[in-house]
Design a protein around this ligand. Structure first.
Ligand code: GMT
Length: 384
């Protein structure tokens, strides 16, 4: 006769996932994880106020449940945590979820803990919380959030962080003593829909211009000001085009582009969904963030043999092996950044060598094959 734990190891799992649906690394990662888990035979239920933007439509075993938020005059600030927890409890009960996996602690982990406690013991899912970055590095420092985050982590059945940097910062800033398992981010690129040449043509690049790529939600910590400052120092000025895939409004930076005389150099595309088309056309990624727990965009570029120049901050050195699969410069040094970019714009063979190493590293360490089984193991451990 089989032990109950054997059955848990064998059977597909039922997993609820909550993330922010908007453009941002945590939502991208959560969507990719859900897609991969469903592809491996598990039943996956996304619970959020909107369908995550990269979540495929009509995929087998992949479901989406909307959290409806009513706007009551009674509240000055609309509340999301309570309707989210009610929906989490409802989906857990109706679909007999094994695990609620929440990405980004605020308010998802708190809502999951509340949802779990609303259910009778036999129907309670395990709660796994994945910390992504600013839930620790920004909100964790805030006296109005820190204690609630710490409490939700204590009540979670497992806590993970997307880099060792974030693991250490979470212990330090949140004063959380429990275990935090490091499971790095992964990226599984979809095949591009257009050729490299077609994309470069669309962008108006000539053969002598390198395509420098930045993609982010443009939040202040991405330091777009510094990115533009550095771009203006690259010589010769006509050796590149900087393509910015903007997950937020670029309007606040238009003046700076004009002031720096970069109108002919900077091309902005907002809310791009065919990211792979642009990644395969890029020569070099540029990232000037003041902090990043991982920087999924760097990994996305690495998958297409596109190395990056980035600031040496947070968890980025865990992603880029310095000098081998990309270049890092001290934070804030726009001149050093420009010199590093310039060197790679002109030295094609060095750039390509870094790109090959970057792609190899991405496949070895940060592929779906390497990372998704780590989450599956974790789910089975917390259930078992
Ligand atoms: O970086 C952002 O602005 C979005 C943010 C998020 O939570 O969506 O990204 C965080 O999570 C990503 C996925 O794990 C990481 O790659 C980013 O480094 C991290 N951002 C920060 O730590 C600032």
């Amino acid at each position: 006769m089989r032990a109950a734990s054997d059955l848990i190891t064998q059977r597909p799992l039922k997993i609820g996932i909550t993330c922010y649906p908007t453009v941002g690394g945590s939502g991208v990662l959560a969507s990719a994880l859900g897609e991969e888990l469903a592809g491996r035979g598990h039943e996956v239920h996304f619970i959020s106020y909107e369908r995550p933007f990269r979540l495929p439509l009509n995929a087998a075993r992949l479901h989406f449940h909307t959290v409806v938020i009513n706007d009551y005059d009674l509240f000055k600030y609309p509340d999301y945590t309570l309707p989210l927890s009610v929906k989490m409890a409802e989906v857990s009960r109706d679909h007999q979820l094994d695990v609620l996996h929440v990405h980004y602690a605020v308010p998802h982990a708190t809502a999951a803990i509340l949802a779990r406690s609303m259910l009778p013991a036999a129907q309670q899912p395990r709660v796994v919380t994945t910390l992504h970055g600013t839930d620790t590095t920004l909100l964790g420092r805030d006296a109005g959030y820190g204690p609630a985050i710490r409490h939700a982590l204590h009540c979670s059945d497992a806590v993970t962080a997307v880099s060792s940097f974030l693991q250490q910062e979470s212990h330090r800033l949140l004063d959380f003593r429990g275990p935090i398992e490091v499971i790095h981010n992964f990226f599984h690129p979809h095949p591009p829909q257009r050729s490299r040449e077609a994309v470069r043509r669309e962008l108006g690049l000539n053969d002598r211009e390198a395509l420098l790529l930045h993609s982010s939600n443009l939040r202040p910590l991405k330091r777009i000001d510094l990115l533009l400052e550095a771009a203006a120092r690259i010589r010769p000025a006509d050796s590149f085009k900087l393509v910015i895939l903007a997950g937020g409004s670029f309007a606040p930076f238009v003046d700076q582009v004009r002031r720096l005389g970069l109108e002919e150099r900077v091309i902005v595309r907002e809310k791009v969904s065919d990211i792979e088309d642009y990644l395969q056309a890029a020569d070099l990624g540029l990232f000037t963030s003041e902090t990043e727990s991982f920087c999924l965009s760097i990994l996305e570029a690495m998958c297409f043999a596109c190395p990056s120049v980035a600031m040496r901050v947070g968890g980025i050195p865990e992603v880029i092996e310095e000098g081998v699969s990309g270049l890092l410069v001290p934070f804030g040094d726009a001149d050093a950044f420009a010199r590093a970019v310039e060197g790679l714009v002109h030295d094609t063979s060095k750039r390509e060598a870094l790109g090959r190493a970057a792609q190899h590293r991405a496949r070895e360490r940060f592929s779906a094959e390497a990372i998704v089984p780590r989450y599956e193991d974790l789910y089975r451990r917390v259930i078992g």
